[in-house]
Design a binder for this molecule. Structure first.
Ligand code: AMP
Length: 219
């Protein structure tokens, strides 16, 4: 099944996409992660993207559509994909519709993660990841079981996203409200949206997402 995970930064969509990738063989297509890889190269394109990301703004639609168009041609997406962080604007959503029709593929469901906005700054600004394997942690909600050591790979080095600083988070939430939230009515009209309670604990959210995959959820 091909899915879109939709919700503001910090709603837990990345965590759930990782879980589905691990347990259901779907491919997580995180545009944020793809862009962070591009910034790490230090190329001119990467530097431009980094400035946009650090300001909490959106990378232009035509750039994003091209990235996804090319990524969907990779054979690993044939078994099903989760779009995590894309589309983020109506132009991207319409471009995705056109692209999927052209590639003769279809969306199975859009999963909207409903969250209480006041919790998001704390959720986002506490995030950190293992520098080696990318496993995700949180200062308050998910510390490694042994302090300073990654549970997954044993590495002792961790990183924090530069755009997760509290001063940047507000800009990202404003951008979400203005440019991405209009996608909720867009997909509601298409009749493919399902809501999950993004404030519930990780296992509960995973069960709700699974119910959607199995076609047994209310919309
Ligand atoms: P994320 O990891 O999804 O929170 O994305 C981090 C940042 O990457 C965003 O704040 C944007 O600057 C950029 N970005 C990710 N996905 C998109 C997209 N679909 N359209 C525009 N910019 C994006």
């Amino acid at each position: 099944m091909n899915l879109i995970f939709l919700g503001p930064p910090g709603c837990g969509k990345g965590t759930q996409a990782e879980i589905l990738e691990r347990n259901h063989g779907l491919v997580q297509l995180s545009t944020g992660a793809m862009l962070r890889e591009a910034t790490a190269t230090g190329s001119e394109f990467g530097l431009k993207v980094k400035a946009i990301m650090d300001a909490g703004q959106l990378v232009p639609d035509d750039v994003m559509l091209k990235i996804i168009d090319e990524r969907l041609d990779q054979p690993d997406t044939a078994k099903g994909f989760i779009l995590d962080g894309f589309p983020r604007t109506l132009v991207q959503a319409e471009g995705l519709d056109e692209m999927l029709a052209r590639k003769q593929r279809a969306l199975g469901a859009v999963v909207a993660f409903d969250v209480d906005e006041s919790a998001l700054v704390e959720r986002i600004s506490g995030r950190f990841t293992c520098a080696k394997c990318g496993a995700g942690y949180h200062d308050k909600f998910r510390q490694p079981s042994k302090e300073g050591v990654c549970d997954a790979c044993g590495s002792t080095e961790f990183t924090r996203r530069s755009d997760d600083r509290p001063e940047n988070v507000k800009a990202r939430l404003d951008v979400y409200a203005k440019q991405t939230a209009p996608l909720l009515p867009y997909y509601t009209k298409k009749g493919i949206i399902h809501h999950v309670d993004g404030m519930a604990d990780v296992d509960t959210v995973t069960r709700s997402v699974r119910a959607i995959l199995n076609g047994s959820a209310d919309s």
